[in-house]
Design a protein around this ligand. Structure first.
Ligand code: PLP
Length: 427
């Protein structure tokens, strides 16, 4: 396989774009490669500028749950486009989107659209602080909530592999109210809340960790957090930017039957367009301007093209059998890869919830950031490069999820499993 065009484009990109990329993990630094430059995608496949074709498990980092360029999304965009690209004036599509979200996500009664997951979480934190009149925020090591200042503490994702300690440019002042605790450890939360519970505005988490690899909540963990919040006047925020419409139709809250006060959404909700959202009960959401006085705004929020693409995807996902199909495909892939690892004598730990999963190069169990970091990232890098050579595109970092879409067919999954078996043997 040759990557000449990609590599020369990367050289050029480096001259004009910091690190040659518009988001750090894409650079391939963590797996010792240069990025491929993609030309097109259809279904579960992407084709790069050198003409190499891959089965894609990044799926734009989660949004493309129906695969690349699904007809329903392209049709919706074609239908909306001639009317104009942006107004900054209400459109019907925004009501339709809000209704759809309220219908699908159990704890959401009212919702505000924004333009990214980062923005959704940043706004949800402000809302929690405004609503409670408290300032402290409890988050968890390895949970990533976008790149806003106060949440860039022990934050997983790109930060996990790029060794940026928090980040320069984030003043101590802005993180002094952020407390980061180990994931899946209720005792640690109880201890802090016992001391300063009345200063804590919210507890925020990814209900299934997806930015330290994939780490499911242990039995009783989400319930325990819900109770701590209820007992102490603290708001519970689920950052479902990754898990929303992914691990089930109604997200992790529906899957586990634990309901947060505020839900953050992104990724799948936009059908590949830049979209985020945050929502909750009518009472809490009524604190937001202009109904209330917690300010939050956006020039392009509720953008008609983004709304129509997202809506088309959500409607498709609401059809019967979609999540059963995703589960079946994902379980098949996981089983195949775990078998391949066993046959080759490579020690791995597979974690998966629905169509998001991760193969950690460690014996496991992986239940928090600490245990995730025991992974042999050098070995993952070799695995990534080997799979790439076999036409399978995985996330260029150990601490990211693989995503299965409805467009992954059995032959694609088989190809992936066969490739994995060959590559495992070379590790
Ligand atoms: C991706 C992600 C974000 C950030 O979303 P952006 O659209 O990249 O700003 C926030 N939280 C979680 C859980 C995510 O997976």
């Amino acid at each position: 396989m040759d990557f000449n065009k990609s590599h020369s484009l990367f050289e050029e990109a480096l001259r004009y774009i910091p690190g040659g990329v518009n988001s750090p993990v894409r650079s391939g630094k963590a797996v010792g490669t240069m990025p491929i430059f993609v030309k097109s995608g259809k279904g579960c496949h992407i084709t790069d500028v050198d003409g190499n074709r891959y089965v894609d498990y990044v799926c734009s980092w989660g949004p493309l749950i129906l695969g690349h360029a699904p007809d329903c999304v392209l049709d919706a965009l074609r239908e909306t486009l001639p009317y104009g690209t942006s107004f900054g004036i209400p459109t019907m599509l925004e009501i339709e989107m809000a209704k759809k979200i309220v219908e699908m996500v159990p704890s959401v009664e009212k919702v505000r659209m924004v333009n990214s997951g980062t923005e959704a979480v940043m706004s949800a934190i402000r809302l929690a602080r405004g609503y409670t009149g408290r300032s402290k925020v409890i988050k968890f090591d390895g949970c990533y909530h976008g790149h806003s200042d106060c949440l860039l503490v022990e934050a997983g994702s790109g930060i996990a592999t790029l060794a940026i300690p928090g980040s320069p440019g984030v003043p101590e002042n802005l993180v002094k109210d952020t407390i980061s605790l180990p994931f899946n450890n209720l005792e640690a939360v109880k201890k802090v809340v016992q001391e300063i519970g009345n200063e804590v505005a919210c507890i925020i988490l990814e209900p299934v960790g997806g930015n330290m690899g994939v780490v499911p909540p242990e039995k009783g963990y989400l319930e325990g957090l819900r109770k701590i919040c209820d007992d102490n006047g603290i708001l519970l925020i689920f950052d479902e930017v990754m898990t929303g419409f992914r691990v089930s139709k109604g997200g992790a809250q529906e899957l586990y039957g634990v309901y947060p006060d505020i839900t953050c959404l992104g990724k799948v909700i936009g059908g590949g367009m830049p979209v985020g959202a945050y929502g909750g009960s009518r009472e809490i959401m009524s604190s937001i301007a202009p109904e209330g006085n917690v300010y939050q705004a956006g020039t392009l929020s509720g953008n008609p093209l983004a709304m129509s693409a997202g809506l088309a995807q959500l409607k498709k996902l609401s059809e019967p059998g979609m999540y059963e199909k995703l589960e079946e495909k994902s379980a098949y892939l996981e089983k195949g890869i775990m078998n391949a690892a066993k046959k080759s004598g490579v020690e791995v730990c597979g974690n998966r919830v629905g169509s998001m999963g991760c193969v950690f190069f460690t014996r496991g169990p992986v239940k928090d950031f600490e245990s995730a970091k025991k992974s042999d990232t050098e070995k993952y890098a070799r695995f990534f490069r080997g799979m790439l050579e076999h036409g399978v595109y995985l996330a260029p970092s150990q601490f990211e999820a693989y995503f299965v879409s409805t467009a992954h067919e059995e032959k694609d999954l088989d190809k992936t499993i066969e490739a994995a078996e060959k590559v495992f043997k070379t590790l």
